[in-house]
Design a binder for this molecule. Structure first.
Ligand code: IPM
Ligand code: MG
Length: 357
């Protein structure tokens, strides 16, 4: 029996995770996997109910689970709170509690979604199929010192970009192993022409690359890389980068997949359970309207089966089912582009994926 902790969170989080759980249950039956689910509050929902965005109990529960399915956190209601108490900061703290070191974001353009992308058809038609592996345990998010102070010259705020070689090394190694199972190309993006931490990053990646002579390794400066990624996406296979660059380019790259609602991710832990979530946020403006796209979360459930439950067949089932639903012309509002497509709600999309399974 596998225990999956479900953390719906805020905004559209509950609606999209509901559909992913539905799909997981269907795969469980098909593949004879015993899955147990427990639901827990996190983020703003947790602040409202118990005064904290991330409770110690929840951290314990997550640690004892086999995997975590996460929706989204945050919203205008909690935006006035200071950093560690903010609803969305709960995710940053949970990553730390789980020792999550890599965020794997999988970008694919499903056939039929070419027009949904803001990028020209002749570019997306060259093939979108790459992974961004974002470092998740350090960098600008966690580096110390981190503080605000009043000074004679004005209010001052400090964040620190910090990397140890071992943090870069384990991320790079993960990237090279992934590349080996794919098209054997790894691109490392950093800002070595300006940042000391990026110089270390590049050095360490180069050292690890010596152990993977079969992988074609490239280094790109991240600003130029951000442009190349949109102009020549087919050149990329596995891309590794520091925490904050990965946050930014991860959302940028979502344009290539048709919608940020289509992109799944895995946050891989060092020694505990991993967390799976769509890369989009809580989208409070469309909350409770049954219009959100649940596919990013459903595909995250596929990653959960593949990477945490050792069930790649179940993951493939979900990915194929999503491909069929799209091919047959069903679209949520974010990916709907023409009248010959059938516009469906969040719950209908979940039902369609289950049906295709
Ligand atoms: C993400 C999000 C988070 C991040 C926020 C909610 C803190 O944007 O998962 O990419 O910046 O990591
Ligand atoms: Mg982000």
């Amino acid at each position: 029996m596998f225990h999956i902790a479900v953390l719906p969170g805020d905004g559209i989080g509950p609606e999209i995770t509901r559909e992913a759980v539905k799909v997981l249950k269907a795969v469980g039956e098909k593949r004879q996997l015993e899955l147990g689910f427990s639901h827990h509050l996190i983020g703003g929902a947790s602040i409202d109910a118990q005064g904290v965005a991330l409770s110690d109990d929840l951290v314990d529960t997550c640690r004892r689970s086999d995997a975590i399915l996460f929706g989204a956190v945050g919203g205008p209601k909690w935006d006035h709170l200071d950093l560690p108490d903010r609803a969305d900061y709960a995710l940053i703290r949970l990553r730390q509690e789980l020792s999550a070191y890599a965020n794997l974001r999988q970008f694919r353009l499903y056939a039929g979604l070419e027009d949904a992308s803001a990028v020209k058809n002749d570019i997306v038609e060259t093939g979108i199929d790459f992974i961004i592996l974002r470092e998740l345990s350090s960098g600008a998010y966690y580096g110390r010192p981190k503080f605000r102070e009043d000074t004679p010259r004005g209010r001052r705020a400090v964040d620190t970009i910090e990397y140890y070689d071992y943090q870069v090394e384990r991320l790079a190694r993960h990237g090279f192993e992934l590349a080996r199972q794919r098209r054997a190309r790894l691109t490392s993006m950093s800002k070595w022409n300006a940042l000391e931490s990026s110089r270390l990053w590049r050095d360490v990646v180069e050292e690890v690359a010596q152990e993977y002579p079969d992988v074609d390794t490239r280094h790109e400066i991240v600003d130029a890389g951000a442009m190349n990624l949109i102009q020549r996406p087919a050149e990329y296979d596995v891309i590794i980068m520091p925490n904050m660059f990965g946050d930014i380019l991860g959302d940028e790259a979502a344009v290539l997949a048709g919608s940020i609602g289509m992109v799944p991710s895995a946050e891989i832990s060092l020694d505990g359970p991993s967390l799976y979530e769509p890369i989009h946020g809580s989208a409070n403006d469309i909350e409770d309207r049954n219009v959100a796209n649940p596919i990013g979360t459903i595909l995250s459930a596929a990653l959960l089966l593949r990477y945490s439950l050792g069930c790649p067949d179940g993951a493939g089932d979900i990915e194929r089912a999503v491909g069929k639903v799209i091919a047959e012309g069903y679209r949520t509002a974010d990916i709907w582009t023409s009248g010959d497509q059938q516009r469906v709600s969040t719950t209908e999309m979940g039902d369609l994926v289950v049906e295709m399974l």
